[in-house]
Design a protein. Structure first.
Length: 83
């Protein structure tokens, strides 16, 4: 990400930080979030209900929850005055 600022020539050397973290979702939390993502937002209500039911069954077989790893990346640079 920092590489995107360098070619502009108008920023100081970028600093980059990465934070790895994990979040555990219950079945209900995931099934609430899932319809807001990707191709699921375009499904008809009956098809969406089928998909959510199938995913819910899988999560139940996993014990009712699961953990998902995430990474957050931050990039900061100071704009260099062109004048």
């Amino acid at each position: 990400m920092a590489d995107g600022l360098r070619p502009a020539g108008t920023f100081s050397e970028p600093e980059q930080w990465r934070f790895d973290w994990e979040l555990t979702y219950s079945k209900d939390e995931w099934l609430t979030l899932l319809p807001t993502q990707g191709a699921l937002v375009k499904l008809r209500p009956d098809k969406l209900a089928e998909k959510l039911a199938a995913v819910g069954r899988v999560i139940d077989r996993m014990g009712g929850s699961f953990s998902l790893p995430y990474a957050t990346v931050a990039v900061a640079a100071v704009r260099i005055d062109a004048g």
